[in-house]
Design a protein around this ligand. Structure first.
Ligand SMILES: Nc1ncnc2c1ncn2[C@@H]1O[C@H](COP(=O)(O)OP(=O)(O)O)[C@@H](O)[C@H]1O
Ligand SMILES: [Mg+2]
Length: 300
């Protein structure tokens, strides 16, 4: 069963991911597509009792461990990371604290209390972010304190956890990984866009961003980034797959920005593109994720 849609702001992307995944899996399996935002969701999933669920949901309950926990209760195997990892990775503040503990570089940040403008120990520009959203929703680059105040107020309307992060200037790369205990690190991709941020439009509009493979970055730096991506995967306990986003500065310093446990699965998405460059077709990628999901559930 392919779950797609849902009630998060990333619903539309999830529907596209779900279509692509269902098409790929239906070559070998009997596939049902189901939208958790439909009222008969519970009844349908219990009636069909799928052998495995491919979770093609992005953001919200589909990515934050809620759907994962629900499937655990029903004893139905599912793709991707388990409950705890999903919950941790959905919250950027918690993820960053864990990375810092393990000395994996991530941009400096300050957690913002509601109605309380924080003192920053880094300068402007900086980035105001919601902790629990994706797709660049609610993210603003601010250049001074008054812009920050406005952005903080706006961001609290979208999320109850908000933080301010040091702005890092550099090249943005993404590294996908596939596997459980010993994941395969896929070829890095540099993301280029003419826009200020790799935002919703850049991510989902044809031609608004380019995937550069291999990135125009020293091989030794890409190896270092791949090493950080691998360590991050292990530390956070990811399984199935994940896609890390990293900013690499001109001086060679790099910072992990974002960990996505359910990256896009549209045929033009980054993880499928990286897999293709490693010789793994979209169909094979979907099959692998099912096998890895069954393996994780069997171990549990
Ligand atoms: N600290 C930062 N410095 C520079 N650019 C940033 C920073 N944080 C975010 N961005 C830009 O905003 C985009 C989205 O931020 P990200 O943390 O990945 O959130 P999301 O979960 O919404 O993808 C990034 O891909 C990057 O282009
Ligand atoms: Mg991101």
């Amino acid at each position: 069963m392919v779950l797609c849609g849902g009630d998060s702001p990333e619903r539309e992307v999830s529907l596209v991911s779900g279509d692509a995944v269902a098409r790929a899996l239906s070559k070998r399996h009997r596939v049902f597509k189901l939208d958790p935002a439909q009222t008969n969701f519970l009844k349908k999933i219990e009636k069909i009792k799928p052998d495995c669920v491919f979770i093609a949901l992005h953001g919200g309950k589909g990515e934050n461990g809620t759907i994962q926990g629900f499937l655990e209760i029903l004893n139905i195997p599912y793709t991707g990371s388990g409950v705890r990892t999903s919950a941790i990775c959905m919250n950027k503040i918690i993820t960053k604290k864990i990375l810092m503990f393990h000395e994996i570089p991530t941009p400096d940040f300050v957690v913002v209390e509601r109605n309380n403008i924080p003192d920053l120990f880094f300068g402007y520009p900086c980035v105001v972010k919601p902790a629990n959203l994706g797709s660049t929703i609610g993210i603003s680059i601010v250049k001074n304190v008054s812009e920050m105040k406005r952005a903080v107020r706006k961001t609290f309307k979208l999320d109850s956890d908000v933080f301010v992060e040091n702005f890092v200037k550099g090249k943005e790369i993404t590294i996908g990984l596939i596997g459980n205990q010993n994941p395969q690190v896929l070829p890095p991709i540099e993301i280029r866009t003419e826009r200020k941020l790799y935002d919703y439009t850049a991510k989902y509009t044809k031609g608004a961003s380019a995937h550069i493979i291999p990135p125009e970055i020293d091989k030794s730096l890409l190896d270092k980034a791949s090493d950080y991506a691998f360590k991050t995967y292990k530390i956070l306990g990811c399984s199935g797959c994940a896609r890390m986003e990293i900013i690499v500065q001109d001086n060679g310093e790099m910072f992990i920005l974002d960990v996505n446990t359910i990256p896009g699965f549209t045929p033009v998405s980054l993880l499928p593109d990286a897999a293709a460059h490693a010789g793994i077709s979209f169909d094979e990628l979907c099959e692998k994720l099912i096998a890895l999901g069954l393996e994780r559930c069997a171990k549990n």
